[in-house]
Structures are given as structure tokens and as C-alpha cells.
Design a protein. Structure first.
Length: 394
């Protein structure tokens, strides 16, 4: 039997074709006076989605102001701009149109408007949030799960410092999820999103300290589903059913469901990737794929039953002569899957070639960000983090 848990998932999900047409009514039901319409760097406008949402808001009599320009690894500088705009315009609700980066930026703006002082102090662990502006989402990328999670990740422009902050205050009120809106994504971004979804569940799966049979079954089913449908989308990017499976998996992988009953998530791979993303501005999912195999080989002996179970129940490998051989076959099968969908399995395949000095700096910053140690499969300290970075070069 696993551990005690508190599962909280208050977000209303409106899922399916054409659901973005309901946005005006959904926002109006929040009884807000003025909305910040927050979006990315142009695709939402070019696709006509923003125009449809603006019309839906106008038809519902909802007043709004706009702030675009969110980029992958969303920047603190735009968050500051959004906070000032919201305060100046009297905004009391944020509508995020985009993927995880836009939603995370919206959450940070929501924190900044409702809490005194510099919002970065939340991400820098210097104080805790007491509130957040209410947020709604129109999701265009299946990846981060931010539409149902309690987390937000922001990059500080100066120094490329990437930090996450989590609290229930930022959980969104509603998430409009139309799988058709993800069909225009580049193949690399779709694959990167599928990797991020898998990693959110693997971070909760590869742990020590107790698990629940039902939670394991949900997690394993989710991972098998994403792997199967990621390969379908590689060959048939317009497949609605595969898009729908992946989109729903993205929400369930990061809303806490696959962590119920575990002692604590691992999230070392995410911590390692945050420093790669902060320094080199890479796609988050691709960065995770690039470092995961090296992390797995470094920790699997300390979490052998879980890696053996993963190999058999998720990757479907043939059992080896012993648990260790089976576990390694599972790791190799996962890396083979990454390669099949065009994801990197090393930093150089990711397109970066850090110097050893840069690896040392990333390990130091990762250790600082984690308060010295990170991980449940195996607790990693700075020397361990550096070893994994070095192993992930090739």
C-alpha cells in the first residue's frame, strides 16, 4: 500500500472539436470585469484562433486587453510587463491561449498582480504566494500539463536562470482542449510534447518509498498510450484520435493523478533539464530525452524493482536473466522509442556541445535550485548531477 495523499484537481475541462467557441461564455461565468488575453509569438494569430476567441469574448460582452510575445522557456521580463499591464488596466482574469509556456507566464503574472514585492522571489524560494489571479486556458500544445497542474516555470533573462514554483493558487479555472488545435504543430514539437508528457509520469513512477497498484496501472496505461500514439502521429500528424489521446494524457500526467500514493516524486531529470534549457534555450521535451538515458543508467540499481516493472509493463521487453538485465533492456527500449520519433538521446544529438566548465556550472546551479539534493529513485548531489551531465554528452 502506498502513502497518504491529497488529490486536488479543481479545473473544469471542456474537451473536443470546436470547444474554443465556448470561451466567451466560460469567461463570462467567472464574473470578471476585464481579461488579459495572453498568447505566444504569432501562430495563434496566424491560424485565426485568436480572432475566433476575440469574437467569442466580444459576443459575450467581455472586455479584454492583450499581451502576446511569450516564447518557449517563458521570460521574466514579459511577466513583469504583464503585471504592469494588468495593474494599469484593472485586469481581474487571465485567459492563456497556447501551450505550457503561455500558461506558465500567465500564472506568474497572476502571482505578480496579487502578491506584494518581486514575483521572482516566489521562484527563488524567498517567499510563498498568498493568492493568484484566476486563469482560464485554451490549450494549443499537448505537453506541459500546466493546464491542470499546480506548477509554473519561468526563466530569468539575466543569467538564464530557470526556476519552477508550485502552489494550488495557480490552478486554472477551466481548460478548453480541442485536439484539432494541435494539428498545425511541427513534428519536432509534437514529439517533444509527447516526451514531456511521458516524463511527467516517469518522474512519479521511478521512486522509492511505496506505490499503489491502481496508481501504477494508471501510470503504465498512460505511458503505453502516449508511446503508441506518438508513433501514430509521426506517420499521420492529422490523426484526430491520436491527438485526443495525447492531449488528455498530457493533463492527466501532471495533475497529480499518477502520483497518488507515492512517497515523493523524483523530478531529477526535470531539474537537470531546467539548467540545460536555461543555458541553451532548447525545447523542454527534447532536453529531457537527451538527459534521461544517462540519468536512468546512473540511478537504476538504486530503484531496480521499478525499472524492472517499467521494462516489462510499459516497454514490453522480454525478461532478461536477472532484474538488472531486464531493467537495462527497458532503458534501451525507451531510448529507441525516442529515436523513432526524432528525439535526441544525448546533448550533442540535441544540438549543443557544452564545455566541461558549462557542465560544472549547470551542476552547481542545479544543486542550488534543488537545495542541495534531488531525487527519489536515487538522491543526487552536485557531483552526481555533474556525472550525469558528462555521461549525457554522447
Amino acid at each position: 500500500m502506498g502513502n497518504n495523499f491529497n488529490y486536488y484537481a479543481p479545473t473544469q475541462v471542456v474537451f473536443g472539436r470546436g470547444t474554443e467557441e465556448q470561451v466567451g461564455a466560460l469567461v463570462r461565468a467567472q464574473n470578471c470585469k476585464k481579461v488579459l488575453l495572453h498568447y505566444g509569438s504569432g501562430s495563434a494569430r496566424r491560424s485565426g484562433l485568436l480572432e475566433r476567441i476575440e469574437k467569442s469574448l466580444a459576443d459575450a460582452g467581455v472586455s479584454y486587453v492583450e499581451l502576446g510575445g511569450v516564447v518557449p522557456n517563458p521570460r521574466l521580463s514579459l511577466v513583469y510587463e504583464g503585471i504592469e499591464l494588468c495593474k494599469r488596466e484593472g485586469v481581474d482574469f487571465i485567459l492563456a491561449v497556447g501551450g505550457g509556456s503561455v500558461i506558465d507566464s500567465a500564472k506568474a503574472i497572476g502571482y505578480g498582480v496579487t502578491n506584494e514585492g518581486d514575483v521572482w522571489e516566489l521562484y527563488d524560494r524567498k517567499r510563498k504566494a498568498q493568492a493568484c489571479l484566476p486563469i482560464g486556458v485554451v490549450l494549443t500544445i499537448a505537453a506541459a500539463g500546466s493546464e491542470m497542474s499546480d506548477s509554473s516555470v519561468i526563466t530569468k533573462d539575466e543569467g538564464g536562470i530557470k526556476r519552477g514554483y508550485s502552489s494550488d493558487y495557480c490552478r486554472v479555472k477551466f481548460a478548453v482542449m480541442n485536439p484539432e488545435l494541435t494539428m498545425s504543430l511541427p513534428d519536432y514539437q509534437t514529439a517533444s510534447g509527447c516526451t514531456d508528457i511521458l516524463m511527467h509520469t516517469m518522474e512519479r513512477y521511478f521512486t522509492n518509498g511505496g506505490n499503489m497498484e491502481l496508481t501504477d496501472a494508471i501510470a503504465e496505461g498512460l505511458m503505453r498510450t502516449v508511446i503508441r500514439n506518438a508513433e501514430i502521429l509521426r506517420d499521420d500528424p492529422k490523426n484526430y484520435d491520436a491527438r485526443a489521446e495525447v492531449m488528455w494524457a498530457g493533463s492527466l500526467s501532471h495533475n497529480g493523478l499518477t502520483g497518488c500514493g507515492i512517497a515523493a516524486g523524483d523530478f531529477a531529470s526535470h531539474a537537470l533539464e531546467h539548467e540545460i534549457g536555461g543555458m541553451f534555450d532548447v525545447a523542454h521535451g527534447a532536453g529531457l530525452a537527451a538527459v534521461w538515458g544517462s540519468w536512468a543508467r546512473y540511478v537504476y540499481k538504486d530503484c531496480l524493482p521499478r525499472f524492472e516493472k517499467f521494462a516489462l509493463s510499459v516497454m514490453g521487453v522480454e525478461a532478461g536473466e536477472n532484474a538488472e538485465e531486464t531493467a537495462l533492456r527497458g532503458i534501451e527500449a525507451m531510448e529507441a522509442f525516442y529515436r523513432r520519433i526524432g528525439m535526441p538521446t544525448s546533448l550533442r544529438e540535441l544540438g549543443i556541445d557544452p564545455t566541461d566548465e558549462q557542465l560544472v556550472e549547470m551542476a552547481r546551479k542545479c544543486s542550488v535550485a534543488c537545495g542541495g539534493r534531488k531525487g527519489s529513485a536515487k538522491a543526487l548531489e552536485e557531483a552526481d548531477m555533474l556525472a550525469i551531465y558528462r555521461n549525457s554528452l554522447d
